[in-house]
Design a protein around this ligand. Structure first.
Ligand code: MLT
Length: 313
C-alpha cells in the first residue's frame, strides 16, 4: 500500500519547482511580466515557478533552450512577438519553429510600443524627432535587444518607414538598454510600455509617440503615431507562455489552468494593467487562440521585416 501511494504521488505533477525561461535580461519588460504571472501560477500549481533569465541572440538563445528541454512541464518559457513572430524572418538557422516546436500554453496580453528618447533629446515633438534622427544619421544611437527582439523589429520598422539610418546598439534586453537611455548614453529606442511607462511618468526619459490607434490610459499625454503624423506606424507586442512540444495532456491542462488563474488574479491583473499590458479577453486565452496568433504573426511579420531590414542596409 505504501508503495502504491508513493507511486501515485510521484505521478502527480508538479513534484518540484518549475523553471520559466525568460529570454531577456532581468528587470526588462518580459522579465517583469513573467515575474508578475509566476506568483499566481505558483499558487495554482502548488510549486514555485522560478524565473531563469537565459539571454542572447534577440531572445532566441533562451527560447531554443526551452524548445529543446524535456516536455515534462518542468521547463516552460515566456515568448513574445519577437521570439515567436519576428525571429523567423531574420534568422536563417533558427533552431525552432514558433508554430510547431511548442505546446502553446496561454496568451498573457498585448503590449503597446512607444518611441522613446533620452530626456535631453532636443526635439519637442515627434516630427522634430524624426527630422533630428534623419539629420543626425549614424551619429544617432538606437538601442535594441538583439536581432529578432521586439525593440529590434519594431525599431527597424520605424527606421525604414521614416527613412533614417541610426547606429544600432545591441543589449541583452531593454532593461539594460533603458539604463543607458536614462544615462543619455544612447539616443532612442522603440520599446514596450511595460518598460518605458514608469520612466516616462518619472520624467527620466522622453516619449514621442505611442504606436497604437488610441492613447494609453496610463500615459494620457503621449500622442499616438497617427496624431503625431506617422499613421502608418502602428505596432504592438505581446507575451505568452509556451512549453516544449509533447507535454502529457494532464500536465498541459495544469499549466493552462495556472496561466488562466494568473489572468484572473486581481493583484496580477492590477499590476499588469497599471503597467499598460492588456489583459486578454476570454476568446484570446488558451492554447488554440495562442497557436492561431503565432501563425498569423509569423505570416504577417515575415515579409514586412525582410523588406524593412533590406531597406535599412
Ligand atoms: C526585454 O524583455 O528585454 C524585451 O522584451 C526585449 C525586446 O524584445 O525588445
Amino acid at each position: 500500500a505504501a508503495l502504491t501511494s508513493f507511486g501515485a504521488a510521484a505521478d502527480t505533477y508538479p513534484q518540484r519547482p518549475i523553471t520559466m525561461i525568460v529570454p531577456f535580461a532581468a528587470g526588462g519588460p518580459t522579465d517583469v511580466v513573467a515575474r508578475i504571472v509566476a506568483e499566481p501560477m505558483s499558487r495554482a500549481l502548488g510549486q514555485q515557478v522560478v524565473v531563469e533569465n537565459v539571454t542572447g541572440a534577440g531572445g532566441t538563445t533562451g527560447i531554443t533552450r526551452g524548445a529543446q528541454a524535456a516536455p515534462d512541464g518542468y521547463t516552460i518559457m515566456v515568448g513574445h512577438m519577437g521570439t515567436h513572430g519576428a525571429a523567423p524572418a531574420l534568422f536563417k538557422g533558427l533552431k525552432y519553429d514558433p508554430a510547431t516546436s511548442f505546446d502553446p500554453i496561454g496568451f498573457l496580453g498585448g503590449v503597446p510600443i512607444l518611441i522613446v528618447a533620452k530626456k535631453d533629446f532636443p526635439a519637442k515633438d515627434f516630427k522634430g524627432f524624426i527630422e533630428a534622427v534623419k539629420a543626425g544619421g549614424p551619429k544617432i544611437n538606437q538601442a535594441h535587444a538583439g536581432v529578432g527582439s521586439v525593440s529590434h523589429s519594431t525599431g527597424v520598422l520605424f527606421d525604414s518607414q521614416v527613412g533614417v539610418k541610426p547606429t544600432l546598439v545591441t543589449y541583452r534586453g531593454t532593461g539594460p538598454a533603458m539604463n543607458d537611455l536614462m544615462a543619455g548614453q544612447v539616443d532612442f529606442m522603440a520599446d514596450q510600455i511595460v518598460n518605458v511607462g514608469p520612466q516616462i511618468a518619472g520624467g527620466t526619459i522622453k516619449a514621442y509617440a505611442i504606436a497604437t490607434p488610441e492613447r494609453a490610459p496610463s500615459l494620457p499625454d503621449v500622442p499616438t503615431t497617427k496624431e503625431a503624423g506617422l499613421p502608418g506606424y502602428e505596432v504592438s507586442a505581446w507575451n505568452a507562455v509556451f512549453a516544449p512540444k509533447g507535454l502529457p495532456a494532464d500536465v498541459k491542462a495544469k499549466l493552462v489552468a495556472a496561466v488562466e488563474a494568473a489572468l484572473n488574479d486581481p493583484i496580477a491583473t492590477k499590476r499588469l494593467t497599471e503597467l499598460g499590458s492588456n489583459i486578454p479577453k476570454a476568446d484570446e486565452r488558451g492554447p488554440a487562440a495562442l497557436q492561431k496568433l503565432v501563425e498569423s504573426e509569423v505570416a504577417r511579420w515575415t515579409p514586412v521585416l525582410r523588406s524593412a531590414v533590406e531597406s535599412n542596409q
